[in-house]
Design a protein around this ligand. Structure first.
Ligand code: GLA
Length: 395
């Protein structure tokens, strides 16, 4: 009874307006999500082992602090009061205990559900239960909700997501709201005051150039981000989907390129690999602090494609303190030689020190042409720092 009265009060207070917790995602959220590698094969042990591996590998300390349990955590039915319940076999300790565990290890707790009547895998969805479910999530200590779009019927996306956003806000618990409606209704045009990030495409899959109805290689996702840069900023990010870095189907170079370009476009960095069993090379990609800093730059500007020559794509991102990140991406199947005359980058002003972020070394200044060789589906990623600033910081 008490619960129903509380629900009613919450709904009356906030149903009419749009509210979201501000300041929860000043830079794109980072973490790990179970879906890309494990799909429905998830349980409490996997989550705990993943948490341990994120700590041991240095990923947590590099910023990957949300652990998001995707589809497959629920029991097939709600309980008699209509509350969501976890699958008792997969999560015998319950979600509150798991949330407490994650918090005790310095993580934030993320969970998945769906704005439709069912999740894409057929578990209870949130439709018609938004305020009740938000209270449940808050009571479990959830910090991040990824909200999908399967089984939505004729529902209006903006209204539906607004209702869930309001429900989360009404709980009083700061919960990052991640809209996952695949860009179907252009959420970048209406979701700024509803959520903190929104998916822009269908699902990513573990390859560069492949395409199926519901899954896309990262080539296609990257292409469809062009033009979306103006919609992103602190607390409202385009989400080109989780990372496939380190997953079978991508060479190391492809993983490095995928990661670099996701950082250039200020993507949320949600690792999607089995971090318990990754190679040192994959770990080194995911934990390269200077590359992550491009993604997490406090200016909060999404980068954009500056040039699209075959084999010589150039992507750039404006950074704080007058700096820029520039990514040379070889999208061809032959190695290419670069000879870059910085005078062709009119947004640069003056001389800059160039740092190669994968080689981790300074490689001259923009006063001279920049030369390099890029292997197929690999990148050179550099940061440009105005010479004066670079000198000041050495003082
Ligand atoms: C959709 C989402 C994916 C994942 C699955 C789970 O396809 O886009 O990211 O959450 O649902 O079923």
């Amino acid at each position: 009874m008490k619960r129903i009265a509380l629900l009613l009060v919450l709904c009356l207070t906030v149903c009419a307006s749009a509210e979201k917790f501000k300041g929860l995602a000043p830079t794109p959220p980072m973490g790990w999500n179970s879906w890309n590698t494990f799909a429905m094969k998830i349980d409490e042990n996997l989550v705990k082992e993943t948490a341990e591996a994120l700590i041991a590998s240095g990923m947590r300390d590099a910023g990957y602090n949300y652990i998001v349990i995707d589809d497959g955590w629920e029991a097939m039915e709600r309980d008699k009061q209509g509350n969501l319940v976890p699958d008792p076999n997969k999560f015998p300790g319950g979600m509150k205990a798991l949330g407490d565990y994650l918090h005790s290890k310095g993580f934030k707790f993320g969970i998945h559900n769906c704005a439709g009547t069912k999740t894409c895998s057929g578990f209870p969805g949130g439709r018609g239960h938004e305020f009740q479910d938000a209270i449940t999530y808050a009571s479990w200590g959830v910090d991040y909700l990824k909200y999908d779009w399967c089984y939505h019927g004729t529902a209006n996306a903006e209204e539906t997501y607004r209702t869930m956003g309001n429900a989360l806000y009404a709980t009083g618990r700061p919960i990052v709201f991640s809209l996952c409606e695949w860009g179907s209704n252009k959420p970048w045009e209406w979701a700024q005051d509803i959520g903190h990030l929104w998916r822009t495409t269908g699902d990513i899959t573990n390859c560069y150039d492949c395409q199926e109805t519901y899954s896309l290689g990262w080539k296609y996702i990257l292409k469809s981000q062009i033009g979306l840069e103006k919609y992103a900023g602190p607390d409202h990010w385009n989400d080109p989907d989780m990372l496939e870095v380190g997953n079978k189907g991508l060479t190391l170079a492809e993983s490095r390129a995928h990661f670099s370009l996701w950082c250039i476009i200020a993507a949320p960095l949600m690792a999607g690999n089995d971090v318990r069993h990754m190679s040192n090379d994959v770990r080194d990609i995911l934990t390269n602090k200077e590359v992550i800093a491009v993604d997490q730059d406090p200016l909060g500007k999404q980068g954009y494609q500056y040039m699209d020559h075959p084999g010589k794509q150039i992507w750039v991102k404006e950074l704080s303190n007058g700096c820029w990140a520039v990514c040379f991406f070889n999208n061809s199947d032959e190695a290419v030689k670069l000879r870059i005359n910085w005078a062709n980058f009119p947004f640069l002003a003056g001389n800059y020190e160039i740092r190669d972020l994968w080689e981790k070394k300074n490689v001259g200044t923009t006063a001279k042409n920049f030369e390099g060789k890029v292997d197929p589906l690999d990148v050179i990623l550099v940061k440009l720092t105005p010479v004066k600033k670079a000198e000041d910081s050495k003082k």
